[in-house]
Design a protein around this ligand. Structure first.
Ligand code: SAH
Ligand code: SF4
Ligand code: F3S
Length: 474
């Protein structure tokens, strides 16, 4: 149980460390005759990104100026370990950081996030990356100021990894990447133990936040000018089941819908095994919940789904797709698919292709199975040879491409509302925004439109995005 009183005193403790760090940063900045810069890099999912905002909030409170460049006075890598690639990227980039640190001896390198919850990783860092200053995990990101201060005091690498969520401190300052949209954690951890997945081991057991805390946070965000929120959890539709006063995810959505100022509500990720009609009803009656469901398939083979411990069959998945299309005819469906899970046969793989064709996904994130030490699938027999997986992966990409191309083009020459997010990266004179179904649209516009909802005519579908023009432009 997380103790509220402890939470309060922990908050005071962290605010004290923030003050102490601020003095130190001030002093250093006077010595160096320049402001100190901080850079927080996100390697993982939306939850990881939300944690990065909290880390940046603490660093700015301490007196660091945010910087996109890693030539900074503190660099924090908020790591991910869901696939081997995510891991390797961190080690590769650490090598480059070492070079930067040689040029700036004041530089602090901090590593946190999911990868740090693995014992072998921390051992490797201690042994081969001794230039790293601070290492912490997923359960204690609120302690950044304390750990940083300890590093300065001790002059040694500080390592603080917890094995479970003992406390949550939610009242510390955060900095949002976008002023007009924000992620909101509604739950932490995961209880599903899909056999390929490391997340339950590095993020701990599922725990829902109290609805009133979530609502209060969103009301505050709305007061701050936030228009779009993304409710975050590994399995959002099991939200609330274990609260003292259980609340369903659909009920939570209904309450959030009432909050003035919030124009768009997204959520990520629902699990097909816990999907329900109540959620579809709430979505079909809502004017704020976005027209998009990310509905992770993983595999189309009932046999493999069982081995993955996903707890639904191919038929149940497709049944939900039918019901979703019936209640929300215009919804965009996206998915996650893994290729090459141990024991996957050609027939299993054909089942996956079959679901892709039948479900008509707008897009799919496709992953090559990655063996994660400690998960049940890692020790399964019949790991699939690389050449077989690659060949299947390419065929899957092809099928997904064919399906999504014709599906995503269905909005061509229609009008839609776009929340403008930024100036276009590539072409001057254009802005980039998102449709309610999460697709990107590029159209002529100016910086003052950022954060606003504008009416846009979609003139041309370019596959995964649209070109458009503002409706008032005629
Ligand atoms: N909780 C969410 C997403 C978790 S991780 C869900 O259940 O859908 C995001 C995606 O990474 C997963 O949907 C899965 O497709 C992929 N993934 C997770 N573990 C993986 C592994 N070991 N190898 C390859 N892909 C993996
Ligand atoms: Fe991993 Fe499965 Fe939990 Fe998603 S639901 S985080 S895939 S264990
Ligand atoms: Fe990665 Fe952790 Fe998210 S392992 S996908 S950052 S929960």
């Amino acid at each position: 149980m997380i103790n509220k009183e402890l939470e309060g005193s922990q908050l005071d403790r962290q605010l004290m460390y923030i003050n102490m760090c601020r003095e130190k940063v001030n002093q250093l900045s006077n010595e160096l005759k320049r402001p100190l810069k901080c850079c927080v890099q996100t390697f993982g999912c939306q939850m990881n990104a939300r944690d990065s905002e909290k880390l940046l909030g603490i660093l700015q409170e301490i007196g660091y100026e945010p910087s996109e460049s890693e030539e900074a006075d503190i660099v924090v890598y908020n790591t991910c370990t869901v696939r081997e690639n995510a891991n390797l990227r961190v080690y590769g980039r650490l090598g480059q950081l070492r070079g930067l640190k040689r040029k700036n001896p004041h530089m602090i390198i901090a590593l946190c996030g999911c990868m740090m919850q693995e014992k072998e990783v921390v051992e490797k860092i201690q042994k081969s990356y001794s230039f790293v200053d601070v290492v912490f995990g997923t359960y204690n990101i609120f302690k950044l100021a304390e750990l940083l201060y300890n590093r300065w005091e001790s002059g040694k690498m500080v390592i603080d990894i917890w094995d479970s969520q003992k406390q949550v401190v939610e009242e510390l300052p955060t900095v949002r990447k976008f002023p007009f949209k924000s992620g909101v954690n509604i739950m932490y951890g995961c209880n599903n133990f899909c056999t390929y997945c490391i997340v339950p081991y590095v993020r701990g057991r599922e725990k829902s936040r109290e609805p009133r805390d979530i609502i209060r946070e969103i009301e505050r965000l709305a007061g701050d000018g936030v228009k779009e929120i993304m409710l975050l959890g590994q399995n959002v539709n099991s939200y609330g089941k274990t609260l003292d006063n259980p609340v369903s995810f659909a009920q939570l959505l209904k309450e959030i819908e009432k909050i003035d100022g919030i124009k768009r509500i997204r959520y990520m990720t629902p699990h097909p095994k816990d999907f329900c009609e109540e959620l579809l009803d709430v979505m079909s009656q809502s004017s704020k919940i976005c027209n998009h469901i990310h509905f992770p398939l993983q595999s189309g083979s009932t046999r493999l789904l069982k081995a993955m411990n996903r707890q639904y069959t191919k038929e149940q998945y497709l049944n939900w797709v039918d019901k979703i299309r019936e209640k929300l005819p215009d919804v965009s469906l996206t998915t996650d698919i893994i290729v090459g899970f141990p024991g996957e046969t050609e027939e299993d793989f054909e089942d996956t292709l079959d679901v892709v064709r039948k479900a008509q996904f707008d897009s799919a994130y496709t992953f090559i199975y990655s063996k994660r030490t400690g998960t049940p699938a890692a020790s399964m027999e019949n790991q699939i040879p690389e050449d077989v997986v690659k060949e299947r992966f390419n065929r899957l990409l092809e099928t997904v491409g064919e399906v999504s191309h014709s599906i995503s083009a269905r909005y061509e020459n229609t009008d839609t509302q776009v929340l403008v997010e930024s100036l276009d990266d590539h072409e001057p004179g254009l802005v980039t925004g998102r449709m309610t179904n999460n697709m990107l649209v590029h159209f002529p516009g100016t910086a003052d439109m950022i954060g606003k909802l504008v009416d846009v005519r979609l003139t041309e579908c370019k596959g995964f995005y649209y070109m458009g023009k503002r409706k008032t432009d005629g």
